[in-house]
Design a protein around this ligand. Structure first.
Ligand code: ADP
Ligand code: MG
Length: 572
C-alpha cells in the first residue's frame, strides 16, 4: 500500500480548521452531535444500499453507533458500521470546503480570522455548518478509519488540524467508519471531560436522542452479589443504549420539546441555527404521509448558488430514502428543511420515478400551501418574526411569482416591498389601503438601489402628486412584475414606461392645453429629433417632470432599463 502519504489542506480548509482549533465557541459539546449525525446518515445509506443491491455482501442485522472511551489515553471513538467511505470519498470529504470555496465563504473566513469575540465565531460556525471539522474544537488529533461497504481495502486519515493530513490504505479494518479523537488536555478548563460516562450520556441525551439507530456505550454496572456478611460488589461492563430512538415526526407536537425539535432540525438541515418555524403535518386517506418541516432563521450561504443543498429528506415508513429531495418542494421554497415520511411509496423509488409520481405531486402541492399559510399566519401574528423571514428568504420566495402561477396570489399576499411611503417594507394590501381616491394602478419602479430610484427623474411627478411608488431592487423583481397581471384588481404599472396620465387627461381642457404646449415647443422638438436621430424613437413634451429638464422613457411594452441590463449581462 506504500505507507502514509502527507497532503496539504486547501487554504480555505486551513483557515476553517484554524478557527475551529482556536475557537472560543462556547458550545463545544456539539462536536459529538455532528459525529453521531454523520454516523446515523451512514447507517441510513447502508440500509438503503443493501436493500437495493442484493449482491452487496454486508451484514445489516445490527446497525448501530458505538461510543468508546479510553480515559487513560484520553481518547473518544465514535464508531458506526454504516456505508463507510472509499479513499476518494475521504479525500473528497476533506475537499468539501473547496467546493463551496466561493468569494462569500472566503471573505467570511477572512473576517472571522480577526474576530475576537465568541459571537462572531459562533455565527460563522452556525452559518456554514461545520460538521466533521468541529472535532478539532476538542481534539488534538483526529484519526478516521473507514472501509466502504463492498470494498476490501480501508483508508486511514489522520490530522492534527494544522497544515497537513496523512492518508494511507490499510487492511483488516471492519466495515464502516470510526473517528477517534485524542482529546485536548484535561486541564483545559473550558472543556468537559468527554471520557466521562456521565458527560457523554448528557450530551447524547441532549442532542441526539431522536437518532433512529442505537447509540451504545459500554458502561460499568455495579451489583451486590451474595447476602449479609458475604455480600460483595461486582462490577461488570455492559452495553447500554443512550438514546430513545423515537422518530420525532411520529410524536404528537405537544409531547416534543422545542429543544428536541431544534436538535432534530440541525440534524436534518446540517445547519446550526435555530428554526424560525416548526411545521408538523399529517395526512390520512389516499396518500398517507407525515411531515415535519422547518423554516430556518438564517439563509444558507448557498441559497442562490448552483448545487446548493435544497429540499427535504424523504423517508418511506421510517426508512431513509434520500436527502435533498427536490421533488417534494418547489425550488422557490428550497430553504425549507425537514422530512417527509410517505406510507405508500416503494423503497426502490428513484429520482426519475419521483418526478412522475402522483403521490409526490400531491404531497408537494400540500406542503407548498402549508408553508405559504404558515408564513401568512406569521405575518399576521408575529411581525418581528415575519420580518426576519422576509429578510432571509423573500428574494427566493418571489421566484415563485414567476414559476408557480397556481400560488401566485398567496405569494403576493405574503410578500413585502420597499416603497416611497416609508422606510419599512410594505405589503401590497397596505399599499392598496393608502391609494389615492380614483387611483387604480399600483406604481412601481425597478432598479439597483433604493437611493438610485429615489433620485430618478421618473419619480418627480409622483413625489409632487404624493403618489406611492414601490421600489423594486431585487433582480427577480424584473422577472415577475411583467408577468403578474394584478393584485386585488389593481394592475401594476412601471413609472418608467409609456404615457403617464396622472391628471384627468381626457378632459377637453387638458387636451387643448396639451396641444398648445406641444405647438409652442414644435421648433425645439424638430431640432431635438434631428440631433438625436436614430438613438431615440421620438421626443415629446412631458408633464412628468418637475425639476429635471429631460428623462428617458420606455414604450409601455418595452423592457425596463434594469431588465435590459439583466439580459445584456447574460449575453442575450
Ligand atoms: P455533512 O454531514 O453536512 O455533509 P460533514 O462535514 O459532517 O458534512 O461530513 C462530510 C461528508 O463526509 C458527509 O456528507 C459524508 O459523505 C462523509 N462522512 C462523514 N462521516 C461519515 C461516516 N461516519 N460514514 C460515512 N461517511 C461519512
Ligand atoms: Mg455532518
Amino acid at each position: 500500500h506504500g505507507g502514509p502519504q502527507q497532503r496539504e489542506f486547501q487554504a480555505e480548509t486551513r483557515q476553517l480548521l484554524d478557527l475551529m482549533i482556536h475557537s472560543i465557541y462556547s458550545n463545544k459539546d456539539t462536536f459529538l452531535r455532528e459525529l453521531v449525525s454523520n454516523a446515523s446518515d451512514a447507517l441510513d445509506k447502508l440500509k438503503l444500499e443493501a436493500f437495493r443491491d442484493k449482491d452487496l455482501d454486508v451484514d445489516t442485522s445490527d446497525l448501530h453507533v458505538e461510543l468508546e472511551v479510553d480515559a487513560a489515553a484520553r481518547t473518544l471513538t465514535v464508531r458506526d458500521n454504516g456505508i463507510g467511505m472509499s479513499r476518494d470519498e475521504v479525500v473528497d470529504l476533506i475537499g468539501t470546503l473547496a467546493k463551496s470555496g466561493t468569494a462569500q465563504m472566503r471573505s467570511a473566513l477572512a473576517a472571522a480570522k480577526n474576530a475576537e469575540t465568541s459571537a462572531a465565531a459562533e455565527e460563522l460556525i452556525g452559518q456554514f455548518g461545520i460538521g466533521f471539522y468541529s472535532s478539532f474544537m476538542v481534539a488534538e488529533t483526529v484519526t478516521l478509519v473507514t472501509r466502504k461497504a463492498g470494498e476490501q481495502t480501508a483508508t486511514r486519515w489522520e490530522s492534527s488540524g494544522e497544515d497537513t493530513y496523512t492518508i494511507e490504505e490499510i487492511d483488516g479494518a471492519p466495515q464502516g467508519t470510526s473517528v477517534t479523537l485524542s482529546l485536548k488536555p484535561a486541564a483545559d478548563d473550558e472543556l468537559r471531560d468527554y471520557t466521562d460516562e456521565r458527560v457523554l450520556r448528557d450530551v447524547v441525551g441532549r442532542y441526539s436522542d431522536f437518532i433512529a439507530w442505537p447509540i451504545r456505550m459500554q458502561v460499568e454496572r455495579t451489583r451486590t452479589v451474595g447476602e449479609g456478611d458475604d455480600a460483595t460488589e461486582e462490577t461488570t461492563l455492559e452495553a447500554e443504549t443512550l438514546n430513545s430512538m423515537k422518530a420525532l415526526w411520529t410524536r404528537p407536537r405537544d409531547e416534543v420539546t422545542d429543544e428536541e425539535y431544534r436538535d432534530f432540525y440541525r440534524h436534518v438541515s446540517h445547519a446550526w441555527d435555530e428554526p424560525l418555524e416548526i411545521v408538523p403535518m399529517k395526512a390520512e386517506g389516499t396518500f398517507e404521509y407525515q411531515a415535519l418541516l422547518f423554516i430556518p432563521s438564517v439563509a444558507p450561504f448557498d441559497l442562490f448558488m448552483q448545487g446548493g443543498r435544497t429540499g427535504v429528506s424523504l423517508y418511506v415508513r421510517r426508512v431513509f430514502i434520500m436527502d435533498d429531495c427536490e421533488e417534494l418542494v418547489p425550488s422557490y421554497l428550497r430553504f425549507v428543511k425537514g422530512v417527509v415520511d410517505a406510507a405508500d411509496l416503494s423503497l426502490n423509488v428513484s429520482r426519475e420515478i419521483l418526478q412522475q409520481d402522483r403521490q409526490i405531486g400531491a404531497i408537494r402541492r400540500r406542503l407548498t400551501k402549508k408553508v405559504l399559510a404558515t408564513v401568512k399566519t406569521m405575518q399576521r401574528d408575529e411581525p418581528e418574526k415575519y420580518r426576519t423571514f422576509w429578510t432571509q428568504f423573500g428574494r427566493a420566495l418571489k421566484e415563485g411569482l414567476v414559476s408557480d402561477t397556481d400560488n401566485r396570489d398567496a405569494i403576493l399576499a405574503v410578500s413585502s416591498f420597499e416603497s416611497t411611503a416609508g422606510e419599512e417594507p410594505t405589503t401590497l394590501a397596505q399599499y392598496v389601503e393608502r391609494m389615492k381616491p380614483g387611483q387604480d394602478t399600483i406604481y412601481y419602479v425597478t432598479g439597483e438601489s433604493r437611493r438610485q430610484l429615489e433620485a430618478s427623474p421618473h419619480m418627480e411627478a409622483f413625489t409632487a402628486k404624493g403618489l406611492e411608488v414601490l421600489l423594486l431592487t431585487d433582480p427577480v423583481d424584473e422577472m415577475w412584475v411583467d408577468g403578474v397581471p394584478e393584485f386585488d384588481g389593481k394592475s401594476f404599472r412601471s413609472i418608467a414606461k409609456g404615457e403617464l396620465d396622472l391628471d384627468d387627461a381626457d378632459s377637453d381642457e387638458a387636451k387643448s392645453e396639451r396641444d398648445e404646449r406641444n405647438k409652442s415647443f414644435e421648433d425645439f422638438l424638430t431640432w431635438a429629433r434631428g440631433v438625436l436621430g436614430e438613438t431615440v424613437r421620438d421626443v415629446k413634451v412631458s408633464t412628468r417632470l418637475t425639476s429635471s429638464p429631460a428623462v428617458l422613457v420606455g414604450d409601455a411594452f418595452s423592457m425596463t432599463p434594469a431588465l435590459e441590463r439583466l439580459y445584456r449581462a447574460s449575453g442575450q
